[in-house]
Design a protein around this ligand. Sequence first.
Ligand code: ATP
Length: 925
Amino acid sequence: MTQHLSYLVLGLGNGAVYAALGLALVLTFKSSGVVNFATGAVALYAAYTYALLRTGELMVPIPGLPATVDLGSPLAIAPAMAISLVAAGILGVLCYALVFRPLRAAPVVAKAVASIGLMIVIQAVIAQRVGTGLVSVKPIFALDTFELGDSLVPTDRVLLAVCIVGLAVVATLVFRYTRFGTATEAAAESEKGAYLTGLSPDRIAFANWALSSVVAGLGGILIAPLVALNPVAYSLFIVPALAATLVGNFASIWLTVAAGIAMGALQAEATNLQGIYDWWPRSGTAEAISLLLILIFLVVKGRPLPDRGSVIHRTLGRAPRPDHILVPVLLSFTAAVIALLATTGSYRAALVSSIVFGILGLSQVIVTGYAGQVSLAQLTLAGVSAYALSVLNQHLGIPFPVAPIMAALFATAVGVVAGLPALRIRGLPLTVVTLALAVFVEAFWFRNPELNGGVQGAPIDTPRLFGMDLGIGAGESYPRIAFGLLSLGVLTVVGLGVAWLRRSSLGTDMLAVRANERSAAAAGIDVSRTKLITFAIGAFVAGLGGALLGYQQTLATPEPYAVFLGISLFAIVYVAGITSITGGILAGVMAPGGILYLLVDRFLHVGDYYAVLSGSLLVVTVLANPDGIASKLPRIPWPEIPRRGAVGAAPAEPAVTRARGDRSEPILTVRAVSVTYGAVKAATDVTFEVCPGEIVGLIGPNGAGKTTVIDAVTGFTPATGSVTLAGRSLTERPPHVRCRAGLGRSFQDVELYDDLTVAENVRVGAARSASELPIARRVTRTLAVLGLDELADREAGVLSQGQRQLVSIARVFAAEPAVALLDEPAAGLDSDESRWLGEKLRSVADDGTGVLLVDHDMELVLTVCDRVIVLDLGKVIAAGMPEEIRANPEVLRAYLGLPADSDIPDPDAVPELHTGPLTSPEVLR
Ligand code: ATP
């Protein structure tokens, strides 16, 4: 028992560093929304500065100047620490001033990529200045021990943890009791919030960046005597630190610090168990702790779909639809073949590397660019494939081409597992999970001597087909043209496949999921399935790239698949253009070891400065053009080939009359639906029916529960009671199944796919209908009916509010639902536009569609609806014909918030009771 305890105490050292870095991450995130991947590098910088000061030298981090200045004699602990912390603080201020302040309004992903660029720059500057060798640092705390049962445990770990906990206490007090703290908390909510406290958000951010760098630096300095200084280990501290920060939800200092310390302690215990149990894995269990902690915490807390009102940031640029690809593909293919033939030696090798990295770039385009899942594990999946290829070759004797395909399929299986957390979490937490998974796989497999083939690596056979040698060759013949052509062939097939994917309905589903998961589900898209398919396809493509990388090196070794290279690959693809095929391929050109790398190295003679330059370039590109280089490439005007079934090509048709059975028989039956949110009873025993062709109004004062009822009926919120559509029970069914069964819905906050065009938005809605009419016709007809045909090719993100409303309604009706549930479709329309919309709704209903209409525009509801249901405080308080509702005293009381026994005002007052805002007239066309 005491042995376990003493290991737990030993782990406090690392735990304290995770906690310190976690604290630093929270500070920068709160004040500027940046997930600073460079936090570990800042700690490294402070630790190196300190280590050198203690030997009497000052590191000069400016390339061109002497690397160090001799101070004559070593500095004592206190001045060395003070100077190092000031240096770290200045570094933090510079980071904010030069990089993150200009990026204030940029998407979270852009900021994260910039921080990756900074991480590369800081690491490279240190390596260029003082080398990458291990540096030992004299103890800071006295080398005492204390007894814990039978074991002697060093006190320095405990003191280190106490220091960091002390720091956390101070930080908490500052945040709770000072104006600066309140202002930082307010700035975390919104910039305006910070202004209300009387402090400028800019100053708050500057102060927090300085503070966070000092905290990270302190962690780095204090751990330096315990863990020998080395750039990679320090930078990797960021992964458990991020895990701790996630536990604290990027907000709670206490949870973050506690999680960090606990993680360090548990990691040490995992190492202890290695020595006790034979079956305990030799490698990777410490890394598994961070992964498990995040998974348990996030997946349990996560939800299959984001909650109503979750902020949806547009984080990635538009993914262009590749329409005429034949000529560019032929031209590029020919150019690449000529380049391969015309080059030899290192130039051809660099070309081959670029081709292989192009494949890996495309895998990132699929997963992140199309489906919006920011995965940092794509290069790791490539490594999984390379190692699997070795096993298939060496242990199972499976040859080319079956082996690489099987290896890629194995990577696919791992990719699907990597994608499982995405079913419950999204955005940043998902990114961190993929990173933790990559770290785990690297430690558990790639660096595990029992599994990785030892120091000489895991050998991979030369690929041969019908006796033909397709290998990279060796010696004089290296690199053989045959391998270049093989890789080019794979890249071409993958490129065409990705182009097909973007044009397919699966591709549109991915973009819909990327843009907005809730409305994707409302359009009948199975969000979970789409995400898993995305991870599977992305992993398969990464697996193909990994197998080729393995063939290129003739063996599998850990280095090419290292986690940090994976992060750099993501950053390069992002900069090249993560949403387009051109961007993916361009990333190959720019990748380390690729053709651009070689050309810069040969002709610009940057030598040691390559990493510094490439990191800086990354930052500059993100600053100058967050959408990626590919979006700025000149568009070559290839001849337009008319698309079959393109929107606008088919003539507008009159609406098809769909009599859906007996119009007096309810098609939608909702019985005793109740919803509670914590202590709030948002809906209680709500019961109603909708018949085909009937428009039923659902009204009530603000907060009455109208949206909750729509959410419950369409499956977006857990509810009790039953929902039956055309005799089929939909109770307990997920949203996309309800949609496919014929329940359409729109959202109060008009959740459109801003990256897609109007026609594509409507098309997503139309795709999953049981209607026999072809999709393109339904799209055209719906656009024409709602007067949107001229906007068909316009991106939804640029539309006016009124136009957005209409597109969201068009998306519902294009599916020809049995019943459409419309949540405030007239919000943002003026009274004329509202009336016009009412007529359109009437004509759609006349075709047989049942409509449940929630709106604050009483005039619209009372004129267009056949029946009206009134909700108040979650309960149905009245139901009847519009004229009955108009005169109902209960309704008037509810709307005016009068007590039950009060006098009733003039019923004619009701139409004026707009409880929601009716904004100024918006241009509809
Ligand atoms: P409005 O007309 O303002 O849109 P509404 O009639 O649609 O209001 P709901 O939005 O359904 O009303 O809200 C009903 C009640 O449930 C309100 O008290 C609201 O604060 C509460 N509520 C809604 N969503 C949640 C949630 N996710 N968590 C907690 N409470 C919620």
